[in-house]
Each structure stands twice: as C-alpha cells, then as structure tokens.
Design a binder for this molecule. Structure first.
Ligand code: ATP
Length: 372
C-alpha cells in the first residue's frame, strides 16, 4: 500500500458518503447536480472531457439484470512519471463472484483498484465498471459500489447502530440497519460505541458501512490484515455471505489461504502485468503440476541410493526432508515403498501433497533474479 493509497483511505470513505449525500440532496432538489463529487486523487492529471449524456444515462439507470460482466478491463495502462505501474492488463469480473486480485508489494494492485473505484483515471485502455467508465461516472453510479478500505476511523461518539443509521441516511434506497447488523453479526454490539470495538469487530463495521447502501459491487482491500485466526474465520463467513446474497466482491489480499477459501476466480499481477488468471484449482496450471512426495531419509542414507528414476526427481527441502516432484504418484510411491522395504526402512513420515496456492503464487511472482 502506497502513501498515496493511504490518503485514499481517509478521503475515500468521505468521498463515498459525500457523493451519496450530494446525490440524495440532488433527488430532493433538481437544481443540485447529481454529478457533483469530490475530485479523484489524480489531481495532477489533465482534465477529462465530460461524460456524454449516454454514459450518464447508462450509469444511473437500474442495473442491467442479464449483464454478466460487472467489471471489464482491456489493455489498461497507468504510469506515474517514468514508472509504468500498470502495463496493459485485461480482466473480467462476473456478476455474483468473489474475485481475488493478488500480487506482491508494488505490483500495481492499488493503482488498478483505484481506477476501478473512480479515484484515478486510466492513461490508456478501456475500463467499464457496472457499465460506466469509473472516473467519469456520476454520483448515482457511486451508490452502486461499496468500498472497504484497509484503514478507516470510527465515528467518534456514535454507537454501531448510529453509525449505520448515519450512513444509511446518505442513500436513496439503503438496506435496513438491523438487517445489515445481522449480515455482519454485529447485532450484539449495536449499542456499543464504535470506538470501543475490537479490531475484528471494527472491520465488520467497515463492511457493514459499505453494505448499508445495498451496493452491487464491493471492493475489499486486505479485509483481514492483523486478524487473529478466529476473527479471520468470522470475517470469511461474512464475505462468503455476500456472494450468497448476490453481491460481486473484488478482493485484494496477501493471504493465499483467504483467496483459496473465498475466491471463485483469482488474477495475479506482477510488475504491472497479469501473470495468471483462473480458479483457485487451475491458476497457473496448478492442477497439472506434479504432486510432491516428501519423506525424511534415515540417517546415513544418501539421496543417490534411491532408485535412479526417483533420485533424479528428488531434492532436499533444506529442512532435512527429501521432496520428489511426481507426475505418476502411484508408480513413484510403489517404487519408493519397494526400495524402502528391501532395506528394512520405515518411511513413517511420508507425505503426498499437491502444490499449494502459495507455491503456485511464488513460482509465478518470483523472478529468476530473486530465485538465484
Ligand atoms: P502493495 O501491495 O504494496 O499495496 P500495490 O500492488 O498496491 O502494492 P501500487 O500501489 O499500485 O502497488 O504501486 C505500483 C507501482 O506504482 C509501485 O512501483 C509504486 O511505487 C508506484 N506508485 C504507486 N502510487 C504512486 C504515486 N502516487 N506516485 C508515484 N508512484 C506510485
């Protein structure tokens, strides 16, 4: 997360609420322009032409039921001075899915997400989010997205319920406050001050604040960073629940287990380029990769003593175990067992595992230079 993105975390929520408030006032008074909104954070960028009325109409009309694509990105590019942060990426996010966007620090995730949220404009390429170009979209479009930032500040002095009531007031058609509390399992804390919540509860309130406007698309930025295991499990249940109620979720995370548990599809960005896209099972052809057979050799036994075919595929893992990468697990296990039995060896710590998502991620994002 860059310093620039931290600025977004402070202004982002306000911008969202402000836009909603402006939109609400606009509904009451036709003189108030619906398109009035806080400027995007790309203030140094050249002014953009105004959205055409066709674009505005498309963005403010009711959600198109059958359109299966909530986000589409084609050949997106963005640079900061000499640094090209995003280098011609293509992505599609379908309605009702949880889409995880992964990548190492500085890969271009935040830049992409800020473009999708309308906080930055693209230098080149086509971007459509809920049918509109985000950085030109009017306030009514903003009501259709919810943003949960990495950092947010509790409303001082307000209880959890009052926070939600306040935010609900910004929207024309909010979700009920009690229903929203139930969605994030915060009803027992409804009368507590937001500032008194634990970190995990506070995060659930953040999700609730993003949900109270009943958005179609929710951006979750590293939603469980710093959570203990039980708080993380609870948060995952909330996020999975969003899919159950038909929401589309765009999730950025550094936790592979989180992506694996939650995501229908995953994209990995590295150095501004998409290096893999797929389901958690197929990402980077993970399903085709050989299994890992691992075991500890008894003391005094060297790897070269294994049958030649196995010895060629074996490497020490650096922690006292031998790892064999195998594309014929049954045959290799058979050969290994025969070899061990013939020598009276008991491979009682034998394990067979497929490469984890983390293995695949590291393979895709670690450069040859970093490996050597
Ligand atoms: P992280 O996981 O650390 O949050 P990220 O994948 O979100 O990283 P970005 O914040 O999009 O990465 O940054 C991509 C590249 O663009 C980095 O090299 C970063 O230093 C650079 N960058 C981001 N914002 C700016 C900015 N406002 N001005 C100049 N360079 C920037």
């Amino acid at each position: 997360m860059t310093g620039d993105a931290t600025a977004r975390s402070v202004t982002g929520m306000l911008t969202n609420s402000l836009d909603a408030a402006v939109a609400q006032r606009g509904a009451a008074s036709p003189a108030q322009p619906h398109t009035a909104s806080a400027p995007p954070s790309d203030t140094a960028s050249p002014p953009q032409p105004k959205a055409s009325s066709a674009q505005s109409d498309a963005a403010s009309s009711p959600p198109p039921g059958p359109d299966p694509l909530v986000i589409s990105i084609h050949a997106l590019r963005k640079r900061y001075g000499d640094r090209e942060a995003v280098r011609g990426i293509d992505l599609e996010v379908r309605r009702g899915e949880i889409f995880a966007f992964l990548g190492p620090n500085g890969a271009g995730k935040t830049t992409t997400v800020e473009i999708l949220e309308g906080f930055r404009h693209a230098d080149a390429g086509a971007v459509r989010v809920l049918g509109a170009e985000p950085w030109r979209a009017p306030s009514a479009w903003r009501e259709r997205i919810g943003i949960v930032l990495q950092e947010s500040e509790a409303e001082p002095g307000l209880t959890v319920r009052e926070c939600l009531q306040l935010y609900a007031g910004y929207y024309r058609a909010p979700r009920g406050v009690e229903e929203t509390l139930a969605l994030v399992a915060l009803h027992e804390q409804a009368d507590e001050r937001a500032t008194a919540l634990s970190g995990g509860q506070r995060r659930r309130l953040d999700v609730a604040l993003a949900l109270v406007g009943d958005p179609e698309l929710i951006f979750l930025d590293e939603p469980t960073t710093g959570f203990d295991p039980s708080a993380r499990q609870a948060a995952w249940a909330v996020i999975a629940g969003l899919r159950e109620i038909g929401k589309t979720v765009f999730l950025t995370t550094h936790y592979m287990e989180e992506a694996e548990r939650l995501a229908d599809r995953i994209a990995i960005i590295a150095a501004g380029e998409i290096v893999a896209q797929g389901t958690p099972q197929t990402l980077g052809d993970r399903q085709l990769a050989g299994a890992h057979i691992s075991f500890a050799l008894p003391q005094g036994t060297a790897t070269p003593e294994l049958p030649p075919a196995l010895a060629a595929a074996a490497r020490p893992d650096g922690a006292g175990r031998i790892v064999l990468t195998s594309s014929s697990v049954a045959a290799d296990l058979h050969a290994l067992s025969e070899w061990a039995l013939a020598r009276g060896l008991d491979l009682n710590d034998l394990e067979v595992a497929r490469p984890t998502l983390e293995d695949t991620y590291l393979k895709l994002t670690t450069t040859d230079q970093q490996r050597s």
